[in-house]
Design a binder for this molecule. Structure first.
Ligand code: HSE
Length: 429
């Protein structure tokens, strides 16, 4: 074994960073044996230097992250500060100054992954980011390496723990959205500003990263159709239950049937209770990958939290250190297919539509005509009448999303339709 240590700079020492530092110390001998050389924490860049950080030598703490990545003797920079800047500049500077990078930064990779990969390639460094998608769950490496000989056609999953916790709470306790969000906040699942999670930005960033790797193309967060869970009501959940379904926030990345384009979307959807994703409870994540030769694969586990995310970071750290010792680099960006990303309107899906209508002759025929005019085929209709009004629940067959949303728009214009109580896509059948 080489005795000269590989030097690691840690950018960020919050929930994930402090756990990375702790495991690096407590598992130092095992890590050295697995890598073939010891790894040494050479510096830790933080915003608040006065905070007590147990187990970390205070002499390693600095507020000057730029100077740390410019030192020239750093082998690997671990970036766990998140956000676009200064993370992007620090990563690029690290590459220029001889270091490879392990990052957990989903927002940056989904926004500017191509430029970061190009910089890594230019300087002959590694860029690894298993922790950016679904915490501890190995997904990036299976897609980048294990499935590199197969053809992935679909990635479907729950990639945000906070929203899964909220929807699970609504489902199991009948709570409304706000009440379930309050509980998620009190238990530390939701952040003080939960926007990134509940509006689907976090899941959309992960969907962009997964789609890019799975289909060997480039997908940015702006290409991902995104709807969050803030509009999901207790009535939606109850309606899903009546259909034998539950509601999940899904990330769905698909290769078109003709193979000429891809789509990526994040939205709440009803899935049958018999679907394996329906049993993913609390803040867990799970992802299905469908590949031509492999068939269906399912990955399940904790998608957030300091320790699980640190596990993914350390796995990458070991891989990158091994590459360094072997004077090699791991897989870089594979985006050779250059497939275009189609808009949501072209996605083929099913809708569950709940309408409040007048209960009088001809209303059902009027409603059915709207579906027919938009070329949307009805699968089931359930009606319940009360005092001259009726609640009508229509589930469609598969149709392009543009035709389905056109149907809803036309239904809203009917005098006999008092209101559209809920619209939700149905997936996983
Ligand atoms: N906030 C994310 C979640 C974890 O709730 O799953 C980090 O991506």
């Amino acid at each position: 074994m080489r005795t000269r240590p590989l030097k690691v700079a840690l950018l960020g020492c919050g929930v994930v960073g402090s756990e990375v530092a702790r495991i690096m110390t407590t598992h130092a001998d095992d890590l050295a044996a697995r890598i073939g050389a010891p790894v040494e924490l050479a510096g830790v860049a933080v915003r608040r230097p006065s905070k007590v950080r147990e187990g970390i030598d205070p002499a390693l703490i600095t507020t000057d992250a730029t100077a740390l990545v410019r030192r020239g003797d750093i082998d690997v920079v671990v970036e766990v500060i998140g956000g676009i800047e200064p993370a992007r500049t620090l990563i690029t500077t690290a590459f220029e100054n001889g270091a490879s990078v392990v990052s957990a930064n989903k927002a940056l990779l989904a926004e500017d992954g191509a430029a970061l990969h190009a910089a890594a390639e230019k300087y002959g460094r590694d860029l690894y980011y298993e922790a950016a998608v679904a915490g501890a769950i190995p997904l990036v490496r299976p897609l980048r390496e294990s499935l590199a000989g197969d053809k992935v056609n679909r990635v479907l999953g729950i990639v945000n723990g906070t929203t899964n916790f909220i929807l699970d709470k609504m489902d199991t306790s009948g709570a409304g959205y706000s009440e379930a969000l309050d509980e998620a906040t009190a238990l530390g699942y939701a952040e003080a500003d939960p926007t990134a999670d509940v509006e689907g930005f976090d899941a959309a960033a992960k969907a962009a990263i997964l789609a890019g790797i799975a289909f060997h193309t480039r997908v940015k967060i702006g290409d991902v159709h995104r709807e969050g869970i803030t509009e999901v009501t207790a009535a939606d959940i109850a309606s899903a239950r009546r259909m034998g379904c539950t509601v999940k926030l899904l990330a769905i990345c698909e290769r078109a049937a003709d193979g000429a384009s891809v789509t990526a979307r994040v939205h709440p959807a009803m899935i049958p209770l018999s679907h394996p994703l329906a049993s993913v409870r609390e803040a867990y994540n799970a992802v299905f990958v469908e590949a031509e030769a492999a068939g269906q694969l399912m990955f399940y586990g904790p998608g957030a939290g300091g320790s699980p995310t640190a596990s993914a970071v350390l796995g990458d750290l070991v891989a990158v250190c091994r590459n360094k010792l072997g004077e090699a680099t791991g897989p870089g960006e594979s985006a050779y297919t250059r497939l275009p990303v189609s808009p949501m309107g072209e996605v083929v899906t099913r809708y569950h539509i709940s309408l409040d209508v007048a209960d009088k002759p001809g209303v059902l025929a009027q409603v059915a005509t709207v579906f027919a005019e938009q070329g949307v085929s009805i699968d089931t209709v359930r009606q319940q009448g009360k005092d001259g009004e009726a609640s009508l629940v229509v589930v469609t067959h598969r149709a392009p999303d543009a035709a389905l949303s056109g149907t809803v728009e036309a239904l809203r214009k009917l005098d006999t339709v008092r209101g559209v109580a809920s619209i939700m896509r149905v997936e996983g059948e």
